[in-house]
Design a protein around this ligand. Sequence first.
Ligand SMILES: [Cu+2]
Length: 457
Amino acid sequence: MPMPMPAFPTTANPAELSGTEFTLQIAPVTVELAPNRIVSTIGYNGISPGPRLRMKEGVPVTVNVVNDTDVPEYVHFHGLLIPSDVDGSEEEGTPVVPARGKRSYRFTPSPTGTRWYHTHTMSMDDLHRGSYTGMFGFLIVEGANNPGNFDQEYYLALRDWEPYFTNQLMDNDDLDATGPKPEKPAVLDTRPPGMEVTADVFSINDKALGGGEPIRVRLGERVLFHFLNASAIENRHIALPGHKFNVVALDGNPVPTSAAVDVLMLGPGERIDALVTMDRSGVWIMGAPEDPVREGGLGIVIEYANQRRTPQWTPAPPPSWDYTRFGKPPSHPAPAEKIDMVFEKIPRGAGKFNSFTVNGKPYPHDQEFVLKQGTRYRLTLHNRTDDAHPMHLHRHQFEIAEIYGKATSGIIKDTLVVPTYGRASVDFTADQPGLTLFHCHIQHHMDYGFKALLRYA
Ligand SMILES: [Cu+2]
């Protein structure tokens, strides 16, 4: 049986708001990652992550946004099927929340599951704006879905802080088995790359590893973890040595085949719901398998009852994330209507920002992607870049049809990491008229052209 939620917010369970009327106040906040490690940023309601918003599927809500900063803002409701004028995206024509002003978003939440909300303001070369700030939080849409039996549940957002520019590509994307690289050009572009964004300071929710209270468990308990990668910059891995993550939902949607894995991978924007059976007594670190990332703060201590010792970390098996493990064999023919998007990076050299093109053209693409309402599409993503990109479709959900050269079905998502030089196909039904943004969820990729606007005929 689920245990009652703690009466007071803790690191692993920040403040929750529920009902039909919500207020988000945008203002400067400080985040105490550890007693001697304080970050200044912008947040919602005086905290970061912002309050967890709990809504009921099908019951209309109002979210009043009060902007107490000098920067116009957008609040995007990620993973919800809502109209363009409240989706929170400049490109889709959502009205802005003016600097020192306010605006109310009214919509009917759907579908059920682990969603989230965050700023959708562009940052460009300002690492104190947009999703580099603390403006993010979980949003839960409750419905009839039963996530199964568990004893405790925790909402854990993975974050990095104090980002800076670098000319080194320092990510870990290629740790995962990525399968074939059908989009790798025969001749690589050898021009020097431009700047990327990186960070050395990390947290889960508002605490760096060791900076907050542990998650306290008892032997034999089943704990449901809701992970969110709220990073603006990087795909992340999570492991809990000696334990398995039984993945039950991806991006909030139950998977056809729940499967146990040692290491999770989440691109920016992605969520994973996973059950862990606590069957190995001790005091453990759950965190990033990469030492510099975990030691930089991306972890949290799991403490079994009556165990007192230094938290232990043992190296995790190599990551081998593969979405298709959670799918089922394909059973439907591919949709006849096809859309192809070829993503390319234009290297700009030291001190400059790379830019990105879709089908050889910079954003906007005007009349490039026009949807017929009611039609199902196969969208094929050709990643001709040397990086893995978390691609997010607004206001719709898609079903993975093919990735790593493997066919699958039944995995419904709103964000998908397309591997380096890889190809992925997703199917979706055009049933949400209005402008629809599709973009890489890495902030500076999106800002420098890695996006497309879909429109309805
Ligand atoms: Cu990207």
